[in-house]
Design a protein around this ligand. Structure first.
Ligand SMILES: Nc1ncnc2c1ncn2[C@@H]1O[C@H](COP(=O)(O)OP(=O)(O)O)[C@@H](O)[C@H]1O
Ligand SMILES: [Mg+2]
Length: 254
């Protein structure tokens, strides 16, 4: 359960989040749509605790993330994973080492204890199989396609079995076929890990594919949040313009 209440965040004199509220239920996938620069990434950074709000609260699985720091914050967020917009793989490490990195660094996500290499190998193998990269363990990131890099970054995320997953623009910059593979992967991960997920995107096609509910982030707030069946029927020029802009893209892609 994620509960965001009255979140405010200002950079210099520019108010980005202006009293944003959001609730996401356990096991649910909420997609947050919004134009570029509206503050979607800012919101995700607050959720995972990288950044602090000026005002308001973020509660995740009963923990008040917005007021924790140091090791308390680390313990409260170690069951969370975020897929950053730039996949951010380590260039000097092959796919295996990239995927194993956090397991080696932080140990067993449940106990924090160091994991035996045999166990690390087994977990990495399973995560890479899940994203369709079973045969790429020795390959360096530079030799992967954009879609494969994205999948490797997803493997690095799920190897940890996070209970909360945050995806920042997972399909941006990918071609339509690769985007669809990533959408399907997000749904598959959802089914297998039963995680609570937030997917931030401006890709309407992706939104309808992966979301249980769809939200529109506008002017520092969640302007709407509703089921994906209801979302296209919202009688607001803002939503309709958003859908219209995106629909030609969806048609081209299908
Ligand atoms: N660390 C920062 N310092 C100053 N301004 C920032 C910072 N992070 C984000 N912003 C500003 O906040 C606004 C929202 O950014 P962002 O969340 O990245 O948008 P998007 O919805 O495209 O993800 C932008 O105007 C951006 O310039
Ligand atoms: Mg962003």
């Amino acid at each position: 359960m994620i509960r965001v209440k009255n979140l405010w965040k200002k950079y210099n004199s520019h108010a980005v989040l202006k009293g944003l509220d959001l609730e996401v239920s356990r096991g649910e996938t909420v997609v947050i749509l919004g134009r570029s620069g509206v503050g979607k990434s800012v919101l995700l950074r607050q959720l995972i605790g990288i950044d602090k709000p000026d005002r308001g609260t973020i509660e995740i699985e009963g923990k008040l993330i917005s007021s924790l720091t140091g090791s308390d914050l680390y313990l409260a967020t170690r069951h969370m994973g975020m897929l950053f917009q730039a996949s951010a793989l380590f260039d000097s490490m092959n796919v295996f080492d990239n995927t194993a990195f956090y397991l080696n660094e932080h140990g067993d996500p449940e106990t924090g204890k160091k994991l035996p290499q045999k166990e690390v190998k087994a977990r990495v193998k399973k995560a890479l199989e899940m994203v369709g990269l079973a045969d790429t363990q020795a390959i360096m990131p530079a030799d992967l396609s954009g879609g494969m890099r994205k999948r490797a970054a997803i493997a690095r995320l799920i190897v940890y079995h996070p209970r909360i997953l945050l995806y920042d623009e997972p399909t941006t910059g990918l071609d339509p076929i690769t985007s669809m593979q990533i959408n399907e992967l997000i749904v598959q991960i959802q089914n297998e890990l039963n995680a609570t997920s937030i997917v931030v995107t401006h890709d309407i096609c992706s939104a309808f594919h992966v979301g249980n509910r769809i939200a529109l982030h506008h002017d520092g707030k969640i302007a709407y949040i509703t089921s994906k069946e209801e979302f296209p029927h919202i009688n607001d020029p803002l939503v309709q313009a958003f859908l219209k802009n995106a629909i030609p893209e969806v048609n081209q892609n299908s």
